[in-house]
Design a protein around this ligand. Structure first.
Ligand code: BV8
Ligand code: ZN
Length: 248
């Protein structure tokens, strides 16, 4: 799809202006302008390490220390990171639409840091741990010193409370996301390669529900041919540009 950005921005802002029910699905690309490496880009986090190596229950069973080192590296990397204008625009839009449902594949917490509430984290949170012993899940921003952190309640082994490949999404999360996707008027798909399932199926569910699907991405993805509009460019510039047109 040839992207004529100015025309697509005008068309997209018209679609949004007349919408009430909006759903958003974000991926790693929305945090790229905050300095967070994406998964499959040239500087991708997976660079040199296959996802199956670190983001699977088998990897954790095989070498929990190695998997924790990977997540600690990401927690340390994320600690100083701030939301960018893309996150901030979506936070402002939560007042503008009735409702704006925000679904994210990201585990970085930047939507919440920008002020968005009720964020549906399909793949869990980098900041949460879950105990293999007592099952308690809690958010922890402290440095998690030990190679394999232990539960403050029962001394059991903690794991990152994220969804690994081959694992089910949190109970109810996919159902909620599917309900929002099927009932929205506009579905914004921002900064995702649309490769990881079942998240990648949400945009198609929105299309079946006769929503307009607006894709914001630096490049074309498997969703692009199906999208109503493809807005090619950085989310941190495109979302504020849409917002400005909607206010004009
Ligand atoms: C499940 C948490 C099964 C951990 C993540 C074969 C075919 C189809 C499916 C499968 C298959 N083989 C296996 C599967 C299933 C698998 C899957 O989909 N694999 C893919 C790789 C093929 N899925 C699963 O395993 C899921 N579970 O299926 O369960 C099951 C069923 C029944 C019973 C039991 C089990 C679980 C998947 C969740 C995995 N966890 N994250 C962690 O983060 O460490 S996934 C991980 O990838 C992140 O969550 C990330 O968000 C997600 C998706 O990636 P993206 O967000 O899209 O990021 P990516 O780098 O790929 O793309 C960035 C995009 O942004 C690019 O397009 C780029 O152009 C763009 N961009 C960059 N900068 C900008 C930008 N856009 C705008 N502005 C910018 N500035
Ligand atoms: Zn415990």
């Amino acid at each position: 799809m040839i992207s004529d950005l100015p025309a697509n921005l005008d068309a997209a802002s018209q679609i949004l202006k007349s919408a009430a029910r909006v759903a958003v699905m974000s991926g790693a690309g929305i945090s790229a302008e905050s300095g967070v490496p994406t998964f499959r880009g040239a500087d991708g986090l997976w660079e040199g390490r296959r996802p199956e190596e670190v983001a699977t229950p088998e990897a954790f069973a095989r070498d929990p220390e190695d998997v924790w080192a990977f997540y600690k590296m990401r927690r340390d990397l994320m600690a100083p990171v701030q939301p960018n204008p893309a996150h901030k625009t979506l936070a402002q839009w939560s007042e503008r639409f009735e409702p704006l449902h925000l679904i994210t594949q990201n585990i970085d917490g930047l939507h919440q840091a920008a002020g968005s509430c009720d964020v549906l984290e399909l793949h869990g949170s980098l900041w949460d741990t879950r105990c293999l012993g007592c099952g308690i899940q809690e958010s922890r921003r402290d440095a998690l010193e030990d190679a394999i952190p232990s539960c403050p309640h029962c001394k059991g082994v903690l794991r990152p409370a994220v969804v690994w490949f081959g694992e089910m999404l949190p109970p109810g999360a996919l159902e909620q996301a599917m309900e929002w996707a099927s009932s929205c008027e506009v579905f914004l798909c921002i900064g995702t390669s649309s490769l990881v399932q079942p998240a990648a199926s949400l945009a198609m569910i929105a299309l079946e529900g006769s929503a307009s699907v607006l894709e914001i991405n630096l490049e074309e993805t498997p969703l692009t041919p199906h999208a109503t509009l493809h807005l090619q460019g950085p989310a941190g510039e495109i979302l504020p540009a849409l917002d400005a047109r909607m206010r004009a």
